[in-house]
Design a binder for this molecule. Sequence first.
Ligand SMILES: [Zn+2]
Length: 145
Amino acid sequence: MNHNIHAIRSEISATVGERDLSGVRAELDQQRRFRVEQLDVLKADAAEAVATGDEPRRQVTQELRLAAQSALTEIDAALERLEGSSYGTCERCHESIPPERLEVLPTARLCTHCQFRTENGRSRGGRPARTPSAGRSGQRAWVGS
Ligand SMILES: [Zn+2]
């Protein structure tokens, strides 16, 4: 089956702004079906690669399967959040995720800001997010006086 993702996307942009999540659900259902089919195809590919002793192809297929599997996990998690009505809320700061972001990435768990900080933290190898601020100790005198 050939899915026209662009057609689906433009359909969503009309609905998600009004917090009507039926379009998002349809998109996620569609993506889910796509991934399940893809995993079926890749499973057959992997079996064929093993049967023919095609090691490079087996490795590529294995990587694609892992990617498809993790995408499917994300989709399932997003569908679960839709059921539980926590969908569209950032898991870190609990702010609403902008509808424009959900249009592009229906499986988003974090708002743009938190996602950026998460990715930044990862790529810089755990550099502290906050710089310690000097001159705060003086404020303690005011507390409880
Ligand atoms: Zn956030």
